[in-house]
Ligand binder design. Structure first.
Ligand SMILES: Nc1ncnc2c1ncn2[C@@H]1O[C@H](COP(=O)(O)OP(=O)(O)OP(=O)(O)O)[C@@H](O)[C@H]1O
Ligand SMILES: [Mg+2]
Length: 274
């Protein structure tokens, strides 16, 4: 992936009282938040806190009930097409097709994202290299390890050169080595391509390693916001860890945490390719 130019926005993502309700239940409650260009920003919080709902709204897949957000200056409610051209999304569930090879998946996504035909081969070759999948390019994805699938999914999401990448639990179900390789891939996106990344994770070590700032959500609200170091210091105890921070700000648990359908759904997707 070669160098590229892009406009710098101080705040590339701005949530303005972003809200989503389901009937009487408020999943995301008037969130105000600004994310700077070039940041790796982490959304943390217990199951059901509203993290995926925020991401689905920012990626224009789910309309807000009220409030809005802008990405690279475009409004998610009024300019969803412009927003989509600037972003990529790797969902919590598996998104690559296990019945195709990496190369076939890449060709399919290049078409889907409207990558110009004359640069498609070059883009795909770059993507395979970036994901470390050159050797495996002609093998069916269903035979890949979890880490290889994730690396491919991130490469698929980048074919159209978005400025902002949304990663919903990028390392769930991965072994420590595979997790490490995803961390390196994410860090290179920021360093080499100047991307901005918003990710969710339940691994505090991951947030601590990757994120310049994190927001801890609970019951649809942001309970704490800052760099991992700032949040640890805010507890006022010596040697506080990000786990301590998470526990402190997630004390009131939503009644709906870890409902069965969420869990069975994510497990199904994890075994689907296995
Ligand atoms: N389509 C829906 N209808 C009703 N409630 C929903 C719907 N989608 C999500 N919710 C509820 O909204 C809340 C927030 O869900 P969300 O998936 O955003 O949480 P999360 O923080 O991503 O959790 P997890 O860590 O488990 O992925 C949950 O209580 C969930 O049950
Ligand atoms: Mg989620």
């Amino acid at each position: 992936m070669g160098p590229r130019t892009f406009h710098h926005f101080m705040d590339i993502i701005e949530l303005q009282k972003l809200t989503r309700t389901y009937g009487d239940f408020t999943a995301v409650d008037h969130i105000q938040l600004s994310i700077r260009a070039g940041e790796i920003f982490g959304l943390l919080g217990p199951n059901g806190a509203g993290k995926s709902t925020v991401i689905k709204m920012l990626t224009t897949l789910l309309p807000p009930s009220s409030g809005t957000a802008t990405i690279a200056g475009f409004d998610i409610v009024h300019q969803p097409g412009r927003v989509r051209a600037e972003i990529a999304y790797v969902p919590q569930l598996v998104s690559a097709d296990g019945g195709l090879t990496a190369l076939e998946n890449l060709r399919l996504f290049a078409k889907l994202y409207g990558v110009p035909r004359r640069i498609t081969n070059e883009r795909i070759a770059g993507a395979l290299k970036f994901a470390g999948l050159e050797e495996a390019a002609h093998r069916l994805v269903r035979g890949y390890s979890g880490g290889m699938v994730r690396r491919l999914e991130i490469a698929l999401a980048l074919l159209h050169r978005p400025r902002v990448l949304f990663l919903d639990e990028p390392t769930v179900g991965l072994d420590p080595l595979a997790r490490q390789s995803i961390w390196e891939q994410i860090q290179r996106l920021v360093r080499e391509l100047g991307m901005t990344i918003l990710l969710t994770t339940h691994f505090m070590e991951e947030a601590d390693t990757l994120c310049s700032r994190v927001a801890i959500m609970n019951r649809g609200r942001v309970k704490a916001l800052g760099s991992p170091e700032e949040l640890k210091l805010s507890l006022g105890i010596s040697d506080a860890s990000l786990d301590d921070v998470f526990t402190r700000y997630s004390e009131e648990q939503p009644e709906t945490s870890s409902n069965f359908s969420d869990i069975s759904q994510s497990r199904r997707s994890l075994v689907r390719l296995g």
